[in-house]
Design a protein around this ligand. Structure first.
Ligand SMILES: Cc1cc2nc3c(=O)[nH]c(=O)nc-3n(C[C@H](O)[C@H](O)[C@H](O)COP(=O)(O)OP(=O)(O)OC[C@H]3O[C@@H](n4cnc5c(N)ncnc54)[C@H](O)[C@@H]3O)c2cc1C
Length: 414
């Protein structure tokens, strides 16, 4: 039945696409099919406020049920899309029904990478991607004294921050030499390693989790690569995700670290787009896959505009945040390729930024408790302008004044 736009996945990107389609005046049928039982909700609080008990499940929803009714957006929850018949432009659902589409948007997100060690199937080894998993971790927290976190990426450190705040004994096991090493510069890794030590988190870098021990089917401890044993009531695993690209793969769409799309976020099939965590898109001469709210939102908006008749290539400045106790880390740009960094502010005061340059060009900023620097970076990078390393290093250099000058020049060019 139907036509219009079918969106697979009722997460950040799926919700955004539907809402932006209506905002852009799209008048055809819109159906979101999501395998989770809830209305679309935000994931970031799952590892932060929700786990701490500072917010409720209802408050995670992007919109209440009547929003979808009002905007004629059909949301099919608790139902998995099991196949795509490209020739017929139709998806099949686990419920046995089928939906025809004029356009299909794959917003299937990602799945947690599983810990490949002995004992990983024991009760008490837990992952965090969904509200259901957050509820399960919450339910186990009360009785847990010793918590081992596998992985010192964003999710692992956020879990460690929450667990330590709740008074648990926490060990974080990380095989690499520094925390969040895929995403931040060494100075920021070092700062967070020290901060977690001050939260009484035991951070074990350069350390492998060898195996998990249990009794009566439940976790009792872990063994490390160096032979040490640690007691554990819970093992929380945050070792990265894998793009959910199985549907695309099964219908022969190109997949390489995600569903491959072009600059307009179209797959090799002109009727199928892919967005968010599951999509690999062209950027700076290579392919990029990002795992962030900003990326899913901006890509959802871009695809919605195209479907509604306003096609444009996808361009957006990437940004991301992570909350760990009193520390708000905000990042803008992609800092992995930087060859020079300049620090502004004072790590000892727990408020500073690292400006990251490639040559003379600013490519990103990592800020800790410095929201103004982060916003400066977002606006500067979006304008295509830069600051020099010397300007960034000068404490008297006025970021606001620079933005005002850019805004003036942009206005004059109109
Ligand atoms: C605990 C946690 C904390 C995070 N914190 C931050 C943060 O602080 N800042 C930030 O920028 N980002 C954060 N993220 C990442 C951010 O939430 C994701 O990048 C974002 O949700 C991606 O949106 P998406 O639409 O691509 O995927 P998702 O939001 O994951 O949605 C995908 C949906 O598709 C469904 N689905 C998959 N396959 C099918 C199918 N075959 N049929 C039907 N439904 C299907 C899935 O069940 C899921 O509901 C966090 C993520 C997690 C898990």
């Amino acid at each position: 039945m139907a036509g219009g736009t079918v969106i697979v996945g009722g997460g950040q990107g799926g919700y955004q696409t539907a809402a932006s389609l209506r905002e852009a005046g799209y008048g055809e049928r819109i159906v979101i099919v999501g395998e989770e039982p809830e209305l679309p909700y935000q994931r970031p609080p799952l590892s932060k406020a929700y786990l701490l008990g500072d917010t409720t499940a209802e408050r995670l929803h992007f919109r209440p049920a009547n929003f979808y009714e009002k905007h004629a957006i059909e949301v099919v929850t608790g139902t998995r899309v099991t196949g795509i018949e490209r020739a017929a432009a139709r998806v099949t659902l686990a419920s046995g029904t089928a939906l025809d589409y004029d356009h299909l948007v794959l917003a299937t997100g990602a799945r947690n990478r599983k810990l490949p060690v002995e004992g990983a199937n024991l009760d008490g080894v837990m992952y965090l991607r969904t509200l259901a998993e957050a509820d399960s971790i919450k339910a186990h927290f009360a009785a847990a004294a010793n918590i081992v976190v596998a992985g010192a990426g964003f999710i692992g450190l956020e879990l460690a921050a929450v667990a330590s705040k709740l008074g648990k004994s926490v060990h974080v096991i990380e095989p690499l030499a520094r925390v969040m090493s895929r995403a931040v510069t060494p100075a920021v890794s070092q700062f967070f390693a020290e901060a977690h030590a001050a939260f009484s988190v035991n951070l074990l870098l350069n350390t492998r989790l060898q195996s998990i021990a249990g009794a009566k089917g439940r976790v009792t401890g872990v063994t490390l690569g160096d032979g040490r044993n640690l007691p554990a009531d819970l093992v929380l695993v945050g070792i990265g995700i894998e793009p959910a690209a199985d549907l695309a793969q099964a219908c022969d769409l190109p997949v390489a670290n995600g569903i491959v799309v072009d600059a307009r976020l179209l797959t090799a099939d002109a009727k199928i787009s892919a967005i968010g965590d599951c999509a690999s898109f062209p950027c700076d001469g290579g392919m990029l896959r990002l795992e962030s709210v900003q990326n899913a939102v901006d890509q959802g908006r871009c695809v919605a505009k195209r479907i509604a008749g306003q096609p444009a290539d996808f361009h957006a400045v990437p940004w991301f945040w992570s909350d760990q106790r009193d520390l708000k880390l905000q990042m803008v740009g992609l800092t992995a390729g930087c060859d020079r960094t300049v620090m502004r502010g004072d790590p000892a005061a727990r408020a500073f930024s690292v400006f990251c340059f490639r040559g003379e060009r600013l490519i990103g900023i990592e800020s800790i408790n410095k929201a103004a620097d982060h916003m400066f970076g977002r606006r500067l990078l979006a304008s295509g302008e830069t600051v020099t390393p010397e300007e960034a290093a000068d404490p008297g250099f006025d970021l606001k004044a620079r933005l005002a000058r850019i805004a003036q020049a942009e206005k004059a060019a109109l």
